[in-house]
Ligand binder design. Structure first.
Ligand code: NAP
Length: 271
């Protein structure tokens, strides 16, 4: 019997490529997005069911999961991919901005996971992949809100992986580096009116691209292939890094003392 995956944020970037990757590999795909009426490509593909799901709207989540089950009869894997970045000076961020970042990147992922779990559990096995970032392992200046939301994704996923293991449900974390998608267009920038931060913020945004410019970047297709592998490799492996830039930051933290790691980040972006 064909297996079925549900993907959130399938309108673009990693989500869309992931939907295509699973479809090409013979899976049924519940491709969910906020505005399915705009979707031109996935709706043409066999065994892909495009439906509305806004991770901030509980009713839309339940309706999408039920409609997917009605269409394909089962759910074997979930890819929690929907998300966006809120960047800038923490002190200047509005509480509503902070709450929305967490509502989409963290609580949205939790809502969809709770809605999907009863169906995945019914199969006696399954996989949940949560899309984090290298920024879920390393915090950078002016990334406190996005980084901390992805740190939450990491902590949630790691803890849940142990809780799900006896039920034969694997929880996996994919950590991409910088990849060209709509992510950059969708970035929300905090408006800052505190001049004390200005030189450091300008310095960070000009230095950030240079820090890993010597390293080849992964593509959205690479990320989708890694997500497919995470779902199908049959191992309890927890983390999958995609891209040499992501590996650079993760190694900087993992291969150094904390003092050296903190100094290296400050030297790169602040000092
Ligand atoms: P993208 O092209 O902007 O795609 C993001 C997707 O999330 C879109 O489908 C977007 O839907 C959806 N989304 C946003 N808010 C949503 C909500 N409330 N409910 C449902 N869907 C929502 O960016 P991407 O690069 O593929 O990002 C996918 C994931 O990868 C995100 O979690 C991001 O944090 C992570 N990531 C990206 C990078 C990178 O460099 N690209 C690196 C590391 C991690 P709409 O089309 O409706 O806005």
């Amino acid at each position: 019997m064909k297996k079925t995956v549900l993907v959130t944020g399938a309108s673009s970037g990693f989500g869309k490529e992931t939907a295509k990757e699973f479809q090409q590999n013979g899976w049924n795909v519940i491709a969910t997005m906020r505005s399915p009426e705009k979707e031109q490509e996935l709706s043409q593909l066999d065994n892909v069911f495009v439906t509305r799901l806004d991770v901030q709207d509980q009713a839309s989540i339940e309706t999408a999961v039920q409609a997917g089950i009605a269409r394909f009869g089962r759910l074997d894997a979930l890819v929690n991919n929907a998300g966006y970045g809120l960047m800038g000076v923490f002190e200047s961020a509005a509480l509503e901005q902070i709450q929305r970042q967490y509502d989409v990147n963290v609580f949205g992922m939790m809502r969809v996971t709770q809605a999907a779990l009863p169906y995945i559990r019914k199969n006696g096995e399954g996989v949940i992949v949560n899309i984090s970032s290298f920024g879920g392992m390393t915090g950078l200046p002016f990334g406190s809100l996005y980084n901390s939301s992805k740190f939450a994704v990491e902590g949630f996923s790691e803890a849940l992986s142990h809780e799900m293991a006896p039920l034969h449900i694997a929880v996996k974390i994919v950590e991409p580096g910088g990849v060209s998608t709509n992510f950059r267009n969708g970035l929300e920038l905090v408006k800052n009116e505190i001049p004390a931060y200005d030189p450091y913020m300008a310095g960070f945004f000009s230095r950030y691209p240079k820090a890993t410019e010597h390293l080849p970047k992964a593509s959205a297709e690479d990320v989708a292939k890694q997500i497919f592998e995470a779902v199908t490799d049959g191992t309890p492996r927890l983390r999958y890094v995609v891209g040499q830039d992501a590996q650079f930051y993760i190694d900087l933290k993992g291969n150094n003392t904390e003092g050296d790691y903190v100094k290296a980040i400050r030297d790169l972006f602040i000092n």
